[in-house]
Design a protein around this ligand. Structure first.
Ligand SMILES: NC(=O)c1ccc[n+]([C@@H]2O[C@H](COP(=O)([O-])OP(=O)(O)OC[C@H]3O[C@@H](n4cnc5c(N)ncnc54)[C@H](OP(=O)(O)O)[C@@H]3O)[C@@H](O)[C@H]2O)c1
Length: 237
């Protein structure tokens, strides 16, 4: 039985992935801050193990991950699905700071722990859910898009590092478009994809050890367009 940890499994994409992985014979450690939701999941399946912590509390993260890995009896796959993103039209610094703390500081703490664990073990798979938003800036949520750009760049660095080490460490960057979760609420959203369809495509990308995957597939088309919009036009959008 393969062993996995999902960071941010209490809702949305992380929760969807937890259900899919457990149906595919994984033993999984689930994390998040909402203890009640973690307990609900634990009651659903004996192959769910839970650990509640805030990834921004970087003093405890490593210890919590060590404990959870011991409970699982090892680790083959770690998925970072945790993340926050708020519209911040007034550029309130508190919102930007919260986003940076979660999507950069806490996120990096997890990524470092996972990579170092896999390097010691000489194998493993790190998967992170970044976003198509990381491809360009956003006037409505500047911190969100730039933290996602950071994640995309960081994952590329880790992939390069893994290659140099010449071990069986894989790094997958999943870039969703819009997915029907608590995060993607608002007016005027289009092509909002169901969680079930999205996680099925993420699972396929994991199994195939893809380096980068846009989910759902139609969002690859938007990504191609986004990357090509000239700056003079993008600045006016
Ligand atoms: N939905 C979309 O349209 C979309 C599009 C592109 C990318 N994404 C990315 O997909 C990932 C998953 O998002 P989602 O759509 O599934 O949203 P979600 O339902 O809000 O899930 C976010 C998860 O992150 C966890 N989390 C947030 N802050 C945390 C913290 N400080 N410590 C520990 N856990 C924390 C939450 O758990 P607790 O609240 O229990 O802590 C929750 O389980 C995110 O990285 C997001 O940026 C989403």
């Amino acid at each position: 039985m393969k062993k996995a940890i999902i960071i941010g499994a209490t809702s949305g994409i992380g929760k969807g992935l937890a259900k899919l992985l457990v149906d595919n014979n994984y033993k999984i450690g689930l994390t998040g801050r909402r203890v009640d939701l973690l307990n609900e999941l634990k009651n659903e399946n004996s192959n769910f193990y839970i650990k509640a912590f805030d990834i921004n509390d970087t003093n405890v993260v490593e210890h919590k991950l060590d404990e959870l890995t011991t409970e699982l009896g090892g680790l083959d796959l770690l998925i970072i699905s945790s993340g926050i993103g708020d519209i911040n039209d007034t550029l309130a610094f508190e919102i930007e700071k919260r986003t940076i703390d979660t999507n950069i500081l806490g996120w990096t703490c997890i990524a470092c722990w996972a990579f170092n664990y896999f390097e010691n073990q000489k194998s493993g798979h790190l998967v992170a859910i970044s976003s198509i938003g990381g491809l360009r800036g956003s006037r409505q949520a500047p911190a969100y898009n730039s933290t996602k750009a950071y994640q995309i760049n960081y994952l590329e660095g880790l992939r390069q590092k893994a290659k140099k080490l010449n071990t069986s460490i894989f790094v997958t960057d999943i870039r969703p478009g819009l997915v029907d979760t608590e995060m993607a609420k608002g007016d005027g959203l289009f092509w909002v994809m169901p969680v079930e369809k999205t996680v099925r495509q993420i699972f396929k990308a994991i199994i195939n050890k893809k380096k980068v995957a846009y989910v759902t597939k139609r969002w690859r088309f938007i990504a191609t367009i986004l990357k090509q919009i000239p700056r003079s036009i993008y600045d006016r959008m």
